[in-house]
Design a protein around this ligand. Structure first.
Ligand SMILES: [Zn+2]
Length: 305
């Protein structure tokens, strides 16, 4: 997917501090009780020096990268074996009898198809349906947990507790308030069904792909407060799971899932903001979801991809 550059005029906290410091310095000079006859000149000089700083810090846009993390819904869209595949039927594509152009379609699809959200009620009775998830849970910092290396060796690999703790150690932040995004490297296999799911058959007992362990999910709900878990595979439980413990543990705490997330390799491990916007389908267990991420172009090296 293309990355674009966005100019944003929102000041970052560091710049606010700089502006505050500039004002504070000017005020100190201006209110000084010094009897020096050149005090007015000093004040003018200070203001003249600080003006360019103020102009740069207040007005300069902060360049952002933007990453589209959604696969296009079309005939290549992959899906859980028991779901109805995505289909688009053209209703009209041409010039009408009235002489104007009209294009319109109908689509047919299971809910848990392509890039989509698992609402908490998917595996936990009485928890939020997809339309009930608060907006402030859908826009949050991304914590990218990378298991690409172990997934190369084992296609049933799992995110374990130590992978979560390693993320905290490397970034110096705790996971609270984030959406955890699991990067397994599986995005390179999309949309090859056999490579991505482990089988060319529509057989859920033959699936093989990475996920998150039951122990890691339990550690998250016991020790941290997160909003969601996204992954670049078909499911947050790995492919061989038949009882979906990670789904059950996370969703029971109103933590949503994001599955078949695209372009995970384009995110820094820390510093991005996720925007996960599911179609607002009333009372549903999930929905197709447009996911995007933004992050400042200039990040410290240890936040790198
Ligand atoms: Zn799902």
């Amino acid at each position: 997917m293309d990355k674009q550059q966005l100019g944003c005029s929102r000041p970052i906290p560091a710049k606010r501090y700089l502006v505050f410091f500039a004002f504070y310095t000017a005020e100190q000079i201006g209110t000084s009780k010094s009897s020096c006859p050149s005090r007015k000149m000093s004040l003018l000089s200070a203001v003249a020096c600080l003006l360019p700083i103020l102009t740069v810090t207040v007005c300069a846009p902060i360049p952002f990268e933007m990453v589209d993390m959604t696969y296009t819904f079309d005939e290549n869209t992959l899906f859980w074996p028991e779901q109805k595949k995505f289909e688009l039927a053209v209703k009209m594509n041409g010039t009408t009898k009235g002489g104007f152009w009209l294009q319109t379609e109908e689509y047919f699809s299971g809910i848990h198809v392509g890039t989509h959200m698992d609402a908490p009620c998917h595996f936990a009775k009485g928890r939020w349906t997809v339309d009930q998830i608060p907006l402030n849970h859908l826009v949050a910092p991304a914590a990218v947990v990378d298991i690409t290396k172990k997934a190369e060796l084992d296609r049933d690999a799992l995110v374990e507790i130590e992978d979560l703790q390693n993320w905290e150690m490397i970034t110096g932040h705790i996971l609270n308030g984030t959406i955890i995004m699991i990067r397994s490297g599986w995005g390179r296999r999309w949309p090859n069904r056999e490579a991505y799911t482990g089988t060319a058959d529509q057989d859920p007992t033959k699936l093989h792909f990475p996920g998150m362990s039951k122990a890691a999910a339990q550690w998250l709900v016991d020790r941290r407060r997160i909003y969601g878990v996204g992954i670049d595979t078909l499911s947050v439980d790995n492919g061989v799971s038949q009882d979906f413990p990670t789904h059950r543990i996370l969703l029971d705490k109103n933590i949503f899932g994001l599955e078949n997330v695209a372009n995970m390799e384009k995110l820094p491990i820390y510093g991005a903001t996720i925007y996960a916007m599911p179609m607002k389908v009333g009372k549903a267990s999930g929905a197709p979801t447009r996911i995007m991420a933004t992050y400042p172009k200039h990040l410290p090296f240890y936040w790198g991809k």
